[in-house]
Write a protein that binds this ligand. Structure first.
Ligand SMILES: *[C@@H]1O[C@H](CO)[C@@H](O)[C@H](O)[C@H]1NC(C)=O
Ligand SMILES: *[C@@H]1O[C@H](CO)[C@@H](O)[C@H](O)[C@H]1NC(C)=O
Ligand SMILES: *[C@@H]1O[C@H](CO)[C@@H](O)[C@H](O)[C@H]1NC(C)=O
Ligand SMILES: *[C@@H]1O[C@H](CO)[C@@H](O)[C@H](O)[C@H]1NC(C)=O
Length: 644
């Protein structure tokens, strides 16, 4: 870690004496307009903004309101059940916020990151805090790693180098085995990092896959960029040391005949966002919230334009690959959603459906449905007998699109019970939504309940150490209005049974994807193959299946529509440009007798894959080779359903 600002101040004083310009005092101006900056220079710019107690108070107040009143797992997170196969650490968010607000932070960045980290620790990717002020730089490790099975050993391998940001990175390092990182055994360092620094999943295998680089297998899901070698936030240290051994000239890595190992010290390199010249510009372009000036007024109206920009992800100056984002939305996904792929001989009886996202834009629904049915008809005509359903790196999206997929295969989608956390404030929201017949809060139904009574007539279940937390009645989400917007061709699958389909997933099948995959696996007995992860332990094929999530940006737009922006319990917009996500609806496993037990929650259940595959030297850079390897397994019947 760079001692904060030390060497910096030394050189700045000197520069000021020599040049006497105000520019030299402004660490953001120093790097403005440059494509890249060193770790230290980027940090000096980001840490230029002072900790502000009032900003902190308002930020914590909003996070507290959301987690207490709306986050459905707030109580269970503070004392989670013990579940074999999951790494569940207890996180009492209220207590964590108390500690954060008591500290005197060195900079605004450190405060903002502490909030983000606290929510990350719950390991529910739906629960997040994103301070966009500190998500504008992209930090790269010029060495990008993947993990491969080589001669039955899982190794760390240089997948590619980023010599565009650091010319000293050598192409010949690609394919070298990394044996040590920062003086520790490489795999051990990476597993520790996955456990401690990645909040995506409660399964460590999924976190491991998330932080490793799988360039050939990147579906473009930019999930906040907390990989081992790719961050949107300031990394914890300036350098990493890699000890490598490379195959002797003329030999293949798999022969394991290596030259003498060597160690290189590799810096983090910052890609600098465009569109600022000074720290003041940086603040007003990336950090200043449009709401802020109105915050003290009694009559709150949100800046809807700002909320929409945030919601659509138009708040990053650089896209996920470090290009100037201009008008590109980083957070939103727009096709291709799904691809139908035939495999070459000798696996031509197997085909792949690669589903990259369920976030189907409403104007694309018809095309999605048509292409899905067309794809299956085409498979049938070509005599495809087995289907690989590749759900890797699918961040979810529209639950009704998922339901469409399951029903197309199996004619029905099993219902999973779900419910929404109750609070007096949300009760006002739901009641108003029913009066006005507006917003998503009007979309839920419970059999035997009319109007909003599914929400107002509460149920109580034990959660964590709390004996009675209030929830709505078990509800279903009606996909009627989704189906009404499309006209589907008549299609009935009579060709493929459950055992003819195989779910393939690196565990990063999240949210709606997780619910789709678990329904296929648990209710329709479709087997699942886990891809990657740490060798020797069982792996789940889906992550953060919590239920349904919301974001502050869209929730505030709902409040504005419903005229509830002035409700005393309504969360205020963040004082800095930031967004927060949380799960508000929890989904349970199918149960014979529903009793609201926390151990029946999908989010707190381990559902393991039935078999496993790892990348190797042959298939890591070629997804079609990987699918061919999976095809061999499915044709040989080597991935049967295993009793959970
Ligand atoms: C910014 O880029 C200019 C031109 O390439 C270079 O001279 C200067 O040293 C760079 N500044 C920093 C802080 O890297
Ligand atoms: C969190 O800890 C506080 C004490 O600091 C306690 O009062 C509260 O009940 C805990 N919250 C939960 C959800 O367990
Ligand atoms: C990397 O190696 C250098 C030189 O041997 C050493 O000074 C430094 O402390 C090491 N850094 C880490 C993070 O291990
Ligand atoms: C609720 O049902 C689950 C099985 O679905 C069972 O394991 C649990 O003991 C039940 N809990 C209560 C409080 O009845």
């Amino acid at each position: 870690m760079l001692p904060s600002g030390h060497s910096l101040f030394g050189s700045l004083t000197l520069a000021t004496l020599l040049v006497g310009s105000a520019l030299a005092l402004d660490p953001c101006a120093k790097i403005a307009g440059n494509a890249t900056a060193s770790f230290g220079d980027a940090m000096a710019c980001l840490d230029y903004f002072k900790y502000d107690k009032e900003i902190a108070r308002q930020t914590v107040d909003t996070v507290r309101k959301i987690t207490n009143e709306l986050y459905v797992f707030n109580e269970v997170a503070a004392l989670p059940p013990k579940v074999e196969g999951l790494s569940l650490s207890a996180v009492n968010i209220t207590y964590g916020l108390d500690l954060i607000i008591q500290q005197d932070w060195k900079s605004d960045r450190e405060f903002q990151e502490a909030i983000a980290l606290l929510l990350d620790k719950v390991q529910d990717a739906h629960l997040s805090y994103s301070p966009f002020c500190y998500r504008q730089f992209i930090f790269w490790q010029p060495i990008q790693l993947n993990s491969l099975l080589r001669n039955k050993r899982l190794i760390t391998n240089v997948a590619y180098v980023k010599n565009d940001v650091w010319p000293e990175a050598k192409e010949e390092w690609v394919g070298c085995e990394v044996t040590e990182i920062d003086g520790s055994e490489a795999m051990e360092m990476i597993v520790n990092y996955a456990v401690n620094n990645n909040g995506e999943s409660k399964d460590v295998n999924t976190c491991f896959n998330n932080i490793m680089n799988t360039k050939s297998y990147f579906h473009g899901w930019d999930d906040g960029a907390d990989d081992l070698g790719y961050h949107r936030f300031l990394p914890a240290q300036e350098f990493h040391n890699y000890t490598m051994r490379c195959a002797k000239k003329g030999t293949l890595p798999v022969q394991e005949d290596y030259d003498a190992p060597f160690t290189v010290q590799v810096p983090w390199i910052a890609q600098v966002p465009p569109n600022f010249n000074t720290a003041d510009d940086y603040w007003s372009n990336f950090c200043q919230s449009a709401h802020r000036n109105d915050m003290s007024k009694r009559n709150i109206h949100y800046d809807l334009h700002e909320l929409k920009n945030i919601y659509e992800g138009q708040v990053f100056a650089l896209d996920s690959e470090g290009r100037s984002a201009a008008q590109n939305a980083v957070g939103s996904s727009k096709g291709p959603y799904i691809e139908f792929i035939h495999l070459d001989s000798p696996n031509e009886k197997v085909a792949v459906i690669d589903i990259q996202s369920f976030s189907i834009a409403s104007e694309d629904r018809q095309t999605f449905a048509d292409e899905f049915i067309q794809g299956l008809q085409d498979f049938e005509e070509k005599g495809v007998e087995k289907i690989i359903l590749d759900l890797s790196s699918n961040g979810g999206g529209d639950a009704c699109a998922g339901e469409f997929l399951i029903s197309t295969f199996f004619d029905s989608t099993p219902d999973y019970p779900s419910d929404i956390k109750h609070s007096p404030f949300l009760e006002r929201v739901v009641k108003t939504a029913y009066e006005q017949e507006q917003t998503k809060w009007f979309d839920y139904r419970a059999s035997g309940f009319t109007g909003s009574s599914w929400f107002t007539e509460t149920k109580e279940y034990a959660r964590g150490q709390e004996p009675a937390v209030k929830f709505s009645q078990p509800v279903t989400l009606s996909c009627g209005s989704w189906s009404d917007t499309i006209s589907t061709k008549k299609y009935k699958n009579t060709k493929w049974k459950s055992s003819d389909i195989l779910i393939l997933s690196d565990g990063r099948c999240g949210s709606t994807c997780a619910i789709v995959a678990s329904r296929l696996r648990l209710s329709h007995q479709v087997p699942a193959m886990g891809l990657g992860g740490i060798r020797g332990n069982r792996m789940q094929f889906a992550s953060f299946p919590g239920g349904e999530s919301d974001r502050l940006s869209s929730f505030l737009m709902d409040l504005e529509i419903l005229g509830l922006a002035n409700d005393p319990d309504a969360p205020s917009p963040f004082p800095e440009r930031a967004d927060m996500g949380w799960t508000f609806r929890e989904v349970y496993k199918p149960t014979e007798k529903f009793n609201g037990s926390e151990t029946d929650l999908l989010e707190y259940s381990a559902i393991n894959a039935d078999c496993r595959m790892h990348f190797d030297d042959n298939n890591a850079d070629d997804i079609k080779k990987l699918w061919a390897d999976v095809a061999k397994v499915i044709l040989a019947g080597q991935c049967p359903l295993i009793e959970q």
